[in-house]
Design a protein around this ligand. Structure first.
Ligand SMILES: [Zn+2]
Length: 176
């Protein structure tokens, strides 16, 4: 066998988990598309969401856990229910996209040339994104059903975020 064709034994057993991850292109488009009213929001919050994921949830890699959590595509759209701040999709959406984070456009208010979040400002939105990313960690690495159960609430509590069994936050988050 020539050296070029050599495939190590472990690689042959490998399963391609995500053959065509569209997230980087979706993100690039969202951050640059000036026809989209929420382009400035995407431009500001994609990097922050990524930072939250890496710092608070990816954790330390081990032999069992060798890759980071996926970086979710972020949608900003009218969720037709003001009581919802955001959501994280457990199952693929209509495009077949996994691990999608949707932020409810109803909570963005235009201030001059900027968008503000009406539920606690930047801090509140960061807290909401953290909540949704905790759902992602729960889905990928938790061993309980994906809900607002004890495992999930403890993920947030460790970060100083107080979450109830119905998923709302009963106090403003504190930095621990
Ligand atoms: Zn939730």
């Amino acid at each position: 066998m020539s050296k070029e064709n050599y495939i190590p034994e472990f690689a042959k057993k490998g399963v391609l988990i995500n053959p065509a991850n569209p997230q980087p292109l979706i993100r690039q488009n969202a951050e640059k598309n000036r026809e989209w009213e929420f382009q400035p929001v995407a431009d500001k919050w994609y990097p922050i969401a990524e930072e939250i994921k890496t710092t608070l949830f990816d954790g330390v890699f081990t032999l069992e856990k060798t890759s980071p959590l996926p970086s979710p595509p972020i949608a900003i759209e009218d969720m037709r229910n003001y009581r919802t701040l955001a959501s994280y999709r457990i199952v693929p959406d209509g495009y077949g996209l996994n691990d999608k984070l949707t932020i409810n456009a109803q909570h963005f208010v235009k201030k001059e040339n900027d968008w503000g979040w009406d539920w606690g400002g930047d801090w509140g939105l960061a807290e909401t994104i953290t909540h949704e990313l905790a759902h992602e960690k729960h889905k990928h690495w938790g061993d309980t059903p994906p809900d607002h159960g004890k495992y999930f609430r403890n993920l947030l509590l460790d970060l100083g975020i107080y979450c109830t069994p119905n998923g709302s936050h009963y106090e403003v988050a504190r930095i621990k």
